[in-house]
Write a protein that binds this ligand. Sequence first.
Ligand code: NDP
Length: 453
Amino acid sequence: MDTYASNLLAEVKAKNPAEPEFHQAVQEVAESLTLALDRHPEFRKNKILERIIEPERVVMFRVPWQDDAGEIRVNRGYRIQMNSAIGPYKGGLRFHSTVNLGILKFLAFEQVFKNALTTLPMGGGKGGADFDPHGRSDQEVMRFCQAFMCELFRHVGPETDVPAGDIGVGAREIGFLFGMYKKLKNEFTGVMTGKGLTWGGSVIRPEATGYGAVYFADEMLKTRKEGLKDKVALVSGSGNVAQYTVEKLITLGAKAVTLSDSTGYIYDEEGIDRDKLNFVMELKNVRRGRISEYADKFKGAVFTKIDKSLDHNPLWNHKAQCAFPSATQNEINGKDAANLLRNGVYVVSEGANMPSTIDAINQFIDAGILFGPGKAANAGGVATSGLEMAQNSMRISWTREEVDNRLYNIMRTIHATCYRTAEKYGTPGNYVNGANIAGFLKVANAMMDQGIV
Ligand code: NDP
């Protein structure tokens, strides 16, 4: 790291203590940007990166609600409005027990660069609450969502800030949140994306992040004149992103052999076919059960319980060519990266946000494999949210083919932009540098045009 980046990181750590994930995200970007800032001294002089690191606004609020037993519960809600230089704040809401300010700031920071890469006019934001929907009844989830929106509605709007889903926030939660927003504002507007198809949602939005991560992997493979057909893939998670990653892998003739949740993972050497995937979708989206049930149902599949005393995740220790981490941040550490490389993995496309630690990323780059960082590889979700916003503004709905074509073309464009930018800045094949620099330049130029605000 050069002196500028290391000084910047020291300042960020001093000013934002106890936010390790935010420090990690800033470090990764600052290291890449050294190359760009050397060629563009005006950005350094105008402290553009220093300004991007500081959220434009942070809202933190109390969310009181009553559980089914009548007990009063108090959670903490957040919305980080990180950067609006190129459009309204845009980014998901996460409901998970681990949610805190630092995690949401890392996610909002990543979102700024990701949204810039999509080619659509969207700024960056993120929000959520330390609420865990697991084991809660639909009524409890509804009461929580309503209480959450009773404060959030003041800070969002179709021209200001347009939230979507993330971990723990799917179609059910978006419905409850939108319903309360509509009631409070007495307005039917596209304030959220990921809506139901009969009330303003876009086809392909649920599929978009997973499909996009697979399209991105395919584009990376094309640079070596290869494709996904007959490749074996390790996939983590079993939620929205993981499910549609597996679906697109099946369509393109690849074989996904793993899925996971917070209790452990399944390995199915024969591969997860469409019938098995339908079982997972029903298990996770309707019954909200555990992934271990997959191994009870399908003979030959093995469930391994999570063992927190291990220094690695055994899911990443199987023979394969591709990996699609699609659960959560820092799920691939240095040891896992070494295992993946040893087992023959040479394509990693990040469906999750920041699933690889800096040590893991450095190993992938040093090994010269095809590594697609989350802010490029998983941008298909927010890109399709952008398409949902466009359809809402025009009060029309596009067909499945039309949205999927647009998503595919956006992913190809993101890939080409990252590839070309990496080459232009002297690090060919390094998609981390390509994504960070290309996303930064777009936002930085807009900030220069708009003055010191
Ligand atoms: P879901 O809530 O649908 O699924 C999350 C999955 O990851 C579940 O299987 C969950 O298991 C598992 N998981 C979550 N946290 C942990 C943890 N700490 N340890 C182990 N397993 C965990 O979320 P999504 O699929 O929407 O999101 C997955 C990732 O993709 C996140 O990093 C998210 O930020 C990113 N992403 C999502 C987008 C989207 O459009 N949804 C867009 C871009 C990125 P369990 O149910 O047991 O908790």
